[in-house]
Design a protein around this ligand. Structure first.
Ligand SMILES: [Zn+2]
Length: 394
């Protein structure tokens, strides 16, 4: 049995940037639904578009035309409102076992109107053991019309258990090229070509980051502030100042991302509990107070995650600059691609002052800081230790 298949440069596949091999493999699966694999693992470096590829695949599965991108099925899948496509995005640091159990329940149902019941788990590496076990049960005995797509970064392959991995068909995405990213910014987001080229070059192959840099002045300023750090670190005081700035930037970003949303959620919950009209605590009772507490906990988890992601981005940017310094001082004659092509002069200056050995040591310090943050070391402590380790020789 063969199904209609949309050309690789049309319909939903235009969303999947710079991944011809992946698109070919997914289109082949659409063409022969009788050979359907029920469990997929989309893996690739951050920003390579794992979840975008999974959503495009889900749309193509539901679409009677194989993913034309224009019909009701395609549009609702891509908009996240399709009744038979369920996406789980962990809000906290981990996917909780209750969330995973809900999914397993949904996966057991027949599709309501679509052709398949599709479950997409973003950041599947954030599943704890209980959640992973629940998902494993789901993919070991998949209902006939259910397709499960797990998305996880390839940086830490161990984060997905070998057992889960061995039950899945693995789709490996690559870092898209700078040209492919610039091209999509110009075509889809109508970004000016010069800005598109700059943003794509500065994004480290991360499509979402490139789009943010192209559209958001604030994101450009934050990146600049981070990349200005290495050459500022001339004294202990400057190091502590820089740590403070990095902390402040993450705090601001977290507040910008959560403030309005948290307040709206809290208001909505209070309204549904009848709090406010008769004064807090009167109508809410014990059950309502419990719900408000739970919401607060969820919001706290989300804020922690956004803060971590912000540190992570800063640390990746910093490591990229030291790596550029290493490249420039070890192989000055070669034109190896840089992580931050617009900061070549800084990389060269750094290379002169710290040498290849010093650059390597500093990259190691950045990785240590990342590990410390993952292990819940207080951010201020971890960042101060980092900036002191990055200090320039006098
Ligand atoms: Zn369609």
């Amino acid at each position: 049995m063969t199904a209609p298949v949309v050309a690789p440069d049309e319909g939903v596949w235009t969303q999947v940037i710079g991944q011809p091999a992946v698109v070919a493999e997914l289109r082949a699966a659409i063409a022969d639904p009788t050979a359907m694999t029920h469990a997929w693992l989309f893996t690739g470096p951050p920003g390579s578009g794992r979840s975008v590829a999974a959503r495009a695949f889900a749309a193509a599965l539901q679409c009677p035309a194989g993913g034309d991108g224009t019909c009701h099925q395609c549009r609702t899948v891509l908009a996240g409102t399709h009744a038979d496509v369920h996406v789980i995005v962990p809000e906290g640091l981990f996917i909780r076992v209750e969330e995973a159990r809900d999914l397993v329940r949904v996966a057991g149902r027949a599709p309501s109107g679509g052709r398949w019941q599709v479950i997409i788990v973003e950041d599947a590496d954030r599943m704890n053991e209980g959640a992973a076990n629940a998902v494993l049960k789901m993919i070991e005995e998949p209902p006939p019309r259910t397709v499960v797509m797990l998305c996880a970064p390839s940086l830490h392959p161990d984060d997905i258990s070998v057992t889960v991995r061995s039950r899945c068909r693995v789709i490996g995405l690559r870092t898209p090229t700078v040209d492919a990213i610039a091209d999509v910014l110009i075509r889809r987001d109508a970004v000016d070509p010069a800005l598109a080229a700059w943003s794509a070059g500065a994004s480290g192959g991360h499509v979402g980051r490139a789009r943010r840099l192209a559209r958001d002045e604030e994101a450009r300023l934050t990146r600049k502030a981070v990349l200005d750090v290495p050459l500022r670190l001339v004294s202990l005081a400057a190091c502590l100042d820089a740590a403070d700035d990095l902390l402040g930037a993450a705090k601001e970003e977290t507040e910008a991302a959560t403030g309005v949303r948290d307040a709206a959620e809290t208001e909505a919950l209070k309204a549904s509990l009848g709090v406010g009209a008769r004064g807090p605590g009167v109508a809410a009772g014990r059950g309502g107070a419990g719900q408000l507490k739970e919401l607060e906990r969820q919001q706290q988890r989300r804020a922690t995650r956004i803060g971590r992601d912000s540190f992570d981005r800063a640390l990746v940017d910093l490591a990229g600059l030291y790596r550029d310094a290493l490249v420039r001082c070890s192989a000055p004659g070669e034109t190896l691609p840089l992580n931050h092509p617009d900061r070549r002069a800084d990389a060269e200056e750094l290379g002169r002052r710290i040498g290849a050995e010093g650059a390597l040591r500093r990259i190691e310090a950045i990785l240590d800081c990342r590990r410390a943050l993952e292990q819940n070391v207080k951010p201020q402590v971890a960042l101060e230790a980092l900036t002191v380790a990055l200090r320039l020789p006098s």
